[in-house]
Every structure is written in structure tokens, then in C-alpha cells.
Design a protein around this ligand. Structure first.
Ligand code: PMP
Length: 305
């Protein structure tokens, strides 16, 4: 099945969407990206895009930081994305990668006097952390301090260093600390702990990306399980002694953490609250809970493609 991209203002084959070697963002990381999930509902034969508007809202904020003037508003970006995914015709879980970037072919570190462009492509993709429970380590790479918290391409270099260090040392994912030594987040996920029946997660001022899955989990825990979330600085030590731990992200969904720095978390199995949240989340993102249907954008006009 051919894959497509929206590139230079129109839908083209993904294999034909190419940029020049001098493109500014390739050299200096001057781009803002997003990751959006398409979740397949096999009974309804429908693909739902989860919290599409929120993703483009966050992208718009990143563009504001990088002085990228997007030629599309949030509604237009949503529309382009639905048309792209509809054209791809996926009947499985998939992933959508929008990118707003400095497109001028020019050398020189700056943000001004550069053209911008927007592209988006999509492909079938199952779970990102492809295991039922993850083994993590605390990374020797820390989150950069005093940088804008947005999905800016150039900001991801420490995350890439952390992920590869973790993988080469036999772990599935890295947990990064802030420069003060508090827990921040995974290389591509936010982190939650369960302590005494409550959820704890690093606060907005702990150098984290404000994840859309993080926000979803906080709301679902409150509404569906009556569990409150405390957003506060988290000590490294609390990682080891928590009853449960899990990672959240668009790509990773809710991934339970079994082990951190070779210490079992709780029983080392998937915790009770984590499992409940996973079940609720999986229903919500597939459009199975009418209460949360506003978060789900159907791609196919008629179900049963
Ligand atoms: N932190 C980082 C560093 C990420 O890259 C991501 C993935 N976008 C997240 C957290 C989770 O964010 P979201 O739930 O919006 O995907």
C-alpha cells in the first residue's frame, strides 16, 4: 500500500517528498514536530485520530517560539491531516508526523530571514516501546535547562543520547533528570509513579514536555477512578520505592515500568492502577467511550471501508 505525504502544499507519494541538502532545519534543528496517533477500531472499521487539535495547538506554540509563520491555522492543519490519512487508507494503528521547518536552503545560525514550510506524513505503527513492561535506567544525560519546552527538533539531541546509552546498556528506555537532579521524563514519554494509591508526576517546571497523554491520564484517573494526581518535583529515590511506575506518550501509550536501575518496581509486574488506566485509555483512544468522543476525530466518512 503506497504511503503519502502532504508536501509543498499538496498530497504526493511519500517516496517523492524530498528536501535539499542545504535546508536550514537539517543543519540547525530549526523545526517543530508533532506525533499524532491514528487508532484503529476494528468493530467500527474506523480510524480515530486522538486529540488532533491539541497536537496542532502545541505545534503552533512551538512555531511561535521559532518564528515560524505557518500558512495554515489549526483547523486547516487538522483538515489536511484527515485528508492525508484517508488517502493512506490505514486499517491498523498508525502514526502521523507533522513538521514545520525553516525551509530556506541557506547556511548561518539564526531564525530570521528564512522561509518556512509545513509537511506531514503518516505510516502504520504499533506500540513504540514494544514490550508489555519496560526496563529503564536513570540516564547520565540530563534534560537541558532553560530551554523552551516545545517539540523543537534541535532540543532532542540529549534525548537521543540518553535513549542510545540506555539501549546499549541493555535497557528499554532512559529516564532523564533535571539539572538539579529531580526526575524529569523519558526520552519520549512523561513518567508517573503510584505512591499510596495516588498518582505523582513531575511538574511543569521540572523541565518536562507537557504531554497530551499526560494530560489525558490525569483526567481519566480523576474522572474514571477518582484518583488524584500530584504534580510536584520527584526525587530519584522515589523511583525505586514507588508502588507502580508507568510512562505515557503518544507513541508509547501507557507503558508499565517493571524495573529501574535493576531494582524491581513494586512486584515487578504490571500494577493494578497502571492496568486499569491502560484499559480505560485503550478504550478512549479507539472511540469506544462516548464521553470522550470529542477527543477522537474519525478519518473515514463511512465506517466499514
Ligand atoms: N516527553 C517527551 C520528551 C516527548 O518527546 C513526548 C512525546 N511527544 C512526551 C513527553 C509525551 O508527549 P505526548 O503525550 O504529547 O505525546
Amino acid at each position: 500500500m503506497p504511503l503519502y505525504a502532504f508536501f509543498h502544499g499538496k498530497l504526493v507519494l511519500l517516496s517523492e517528498a524530498k528536501i535539499g541538502v542545504m535546508t536550514h532545519s537539517l543543519h540547525y534543528g530549526t523545526a517543530v514536530f508533532e506525533g499524532i496517533r491514528g487508532n484503529w477500531n476494528s468493530e467500527q472499521r474506523q480510524l480515530y485520530l486522538f486529540r488532533l487539535k491539541e497536537h496542532y495547538h502545541r505545534m503552533h506554540e512551538g512555531c511561535q517560539v521559532l518564528k515560524i509563520d505557518l500558512p495554515y491555522n489549526i483547523d486547516e492543519l487538522c483538515q489536511i491531516t484527515v485528508e492525508l490519512v484517508e488517502k493512506c487508507g490505514f486499517q491498523e494503528d498508525s502514526y502521523i508526523r507533522p513538521l514545520a521547518y525553516k525551509s530556506t536552503e541557506a547556511v548561518g545560525v539564526r531564525l530570521h530571514d528564512l522561509e518556512c514550510d509545513f509537511l506531514v506524513f503518516a505510516f502504520p505503527w504499533g506500540p513504540y516501546l514494544d514490550m508489555d513492561k519496560a526496563k529503564c535506567c536513570v540516564s547520565s544525560w540530563r534534560c537541558p535547562q532553560e530551554v523552551p519546552r516545545a517539540k523543537l527538533a534541535g532540543l532532542y539531541i540529549n534525548n537521543a543520547l540518553a535513549k542510545t546509552e540506555a539501549t546499549e546498556n541493555g535497557f528499554d528506555e532512559a529516564i532523564m533528570l533535571t539539572s538539579e537532579g529531580y526526575v524529569a521524563e523519558g526520552s519520549g514519554e512523561n513518567i508517573f509513579l503510584v505512591i499510596d494509591g495516588k498518582l505523582i508526576t513531575p511538574a511543569s517546571y521540572n523541565d518536562i514536555l507537557m504531554g497530551i497523554t499526560r494530560d489525558t491520564v490525569i483526567k481519566l484517573a480523576e474522572n474514571e477512578l477518582g484518583i488524584e494526581t500530584m504534580e510536584r518535583p520527584v526525587y530519584r529515590n522515589e523511583l525505586y520505592t514507588a508502588d507502580e511506575c508507568f510512562l505515557t506518550g503518544t507513541a508509547a501509550n501507557i507503558t508499565p515500568v517493571a524495573e529501574i536501575d535493576r531494582r524491581k518496581i513494586g512486584t515487578g509486574e504490571i500494577g493494578e492502577i497502571t492496568r486499569k488506566l491502560q484499559e480505560i485509555y485503550s478504550d478512549v483512544i479507539r472511540g469506544n467511550k462516548p464521553k470522550y468522543r470529542d477527543w477522537c476525530t474519525p478519518v473515514y466518512k463511512k465506517s466499514g471501508i
